[in-house]
Design a protein around this ligand. Structure first.
Ligand SMILES: [Zn+2]
Length: 139
């Protein structure tokens, strides 16, 4: 992969093709004052096609959101034109205040100031359940 355009920053790699913009929005990358590039449909030996996001700055990424959106993503940290670190994201154990429970009888539907929490109950099948009523999160 060509990382020449970044001196110090982050490359989010192996994003599922066409999902780059969703991740860009979820991480609020549009609010950054540095240059951010989304590359869509890049060729990938492993995946066929993939998206890549390059951020020309070292920032703290919300790894829980990334893991939740696409747990196959890899993060590359670039310093002085070199990759100094690379790691995978993981499915978060809990998703807090990102999705709402769809069960109309759930306590979160009545008490609107409650925190919405979904807990990972099956890592292999990626199943999350509402912490309060155990309703499975819809895809
Ligand atoms: Zn619920």
């Amino acid at each position: 992969m060509n990382i020449d355009s970044i001196k110090n920053g982050i490359v989010i790699d192996h994003i599922k093709a066409k999902k780059g913009l969703e991740i860009y929005n979820a991480l609020n990358l549009g609010d950054l004052d540095c240059s951010v590039a989304i590359i869509t449909n890049a060729k990938s030996k492993k995946m066929g096609k993939k998206d890549i996001i390059k951020i020309d700055k070292s920032i703290d990424l919300d790894l829980d959101i990334l893991g939740y959106l696409d747990s196959n993503i890899t993060i590359n940290i670039i310093k002085n034109d070199e990759r100094v670190d690379k790691y995978h994201v993981e499915l978060p154990k809990e998703i807090v205040n990102t999705i709402k429970c769809k069960n109309p009888r759930c306590i979160t539907a009545q008490e609107t100031d409650l925190t919405h929490v979904f807990v990972l109950t099956d890592k292999d099948k990626k199943i999350y359940r509402c912490k309060y009523c155990e309703t499975i999160k819809e895809e």
